[in-house]
Design a binder for this molecule. Structure first.
Ligand code: DP6
Length: 326
């Protein structure tokens, strides 16, 4: 057993995971499709040590609440069981984005933890196995293991539910400009939201169309058809939020600034700027454009008063690095 450090990107889903068929195993209701992000990531160092009485978990610059700590300990337990060891671990983790930016860290966090902890425990897992384990910590984390553009196959058991790369990071020069709308953390976590999805009367309608949507967007990405891709992307984000807004109780992630930006994007588009948006379980808006339009978009954003944003290119997935955090 040795000290190991891993880095993993966050990812943005083009076709979303919202609702699941198995809560405990985190088996999603449908396949989802995402792109790893180059400038939003987590670095995690893990070392299993004989003399520890319990797992020691620290997040740089942030105080972890008991619920988050328990989720990490549960994940270490999965890895201990696989490696057939009983030793506790020291874990130090760090996000490159500051606390309270409204960016979720569970995908990058559980992907980095899975790679670092499994290596540190002496396991040599395949990409597929890593994705399966990461998924159990946080569903979307399974998509932060493989490179570039990824598809998470929903599967019908733990062994058949994992993500794989469908195109490498350099396949398509598009970027994700994440516009931060609020610094306060959301009131309903995605884990709670997934459980409410089924209570929306629109949920069955949404699920019935997912297979079709996944295959259509894959064709658009393959053919680098940005207009078609963008149309599906936006329709999908609004569709998921319609389910959220009509759950019982209703979840409203959008803030006034979210809608203000959506309307601006539509206006820019009608003035011939090819730009589309997607939104996850929070108020932040992800603007997706072709790389050649990045400067134009960031200038328009600044001019309109949206000054807090992060520009991301497609990125590789989780990997090991040499610099340890302790
Ligand atoms: C809206 O992966 O955060 O971002 O499995 O409970 O950790 P848990 O949920 P999580 O859900 C992500 C929801 C989403 C859509 C997506 O990323 O596909």
């Amino acid at each position: 057993m040795r000290k190991v450090t891993a880095i993993a990107p966050a990812n943005i889903a083009f076709i979303k995971y919202w609702g699941r068929k198995d809560e405990k195993l985190r088996l999603p209701a449908n396949n989802s499709l995402a792109m790893n992000l180059s400038n939003v990531f987590t670095i995690t160092t893990v070392e299993f040590l004989e003399n520890l009485k319990q797992d020691q978990i620290k997040m740089a610059g942030e105080k972890l609440d008991d619920k988050s700590k328990k989720r990490i300990v549960d994940h270490l337990e999965r890895i201990r069981n696989l490696a057939n060891i009983k030793v506790h671990a020291r874990v130090v983790t760090k996000n490159n984005f500051p606390k309270g930016t409204g960016i979720a860290s569970s995908a990058s966090g559980f992907a980095a933890l899975t790679l670092a902890a499994s290596k540190s425990a002496g396991l040599n897992l395949s990409e597929k196995e890593l994705s399966i384990i990461a998924r159990q910590g946080s569903g979307s984390a399974c998509r932060s293991i493989p490179d570039g553009f990824t598809e998470w196959i929903a599967g019908n058991s733990s062994e058949t539910s994992f993500a794989h790369s469908i195109f490498p990071a350099n396949w398509w020069k598009i970027c994700d400009i994440t516009v931060l709308i609020s610094k306060t953390s959301k009131k309903v976590s995605s884990s709670e939201g997934h459980d409410l999805a089924e209570s929306s009367p629109f949920y069955p309608v949404r699920i019935a169309d997912m297979e079709n949507k996944v295959s259509e967007i894959k064709i658009a990405i393959k053919g680098k058809n940005f207009e078609k891709f963008g149309e599906i992307l936006e329709e999908e984000a609004i569709n998921m939020h319609a389910v959220m807004m009509t759950s019982r109780p209703a979840i409203l992630y959008w803030l006034p600034k979210t809608l203000e930006l959506i309307l601006l994007i539509r206006e820019w588009r009608s003035n011939n700027l090819p730009i589309f948006f997607t939104i996850d379980a929070g108020p932040s808006v992800h603007l997706i454009c072709e790389k050649e339009n990045e400067m134009k978009v960031t200038q328009m954003l600044s001019k309109s008063g949206f000054k807090d944003f992060i520009v991301n290119n497609p990125s590789s997935g989780a990997k090991l690095v040499d610099d340890n955090l302790f």
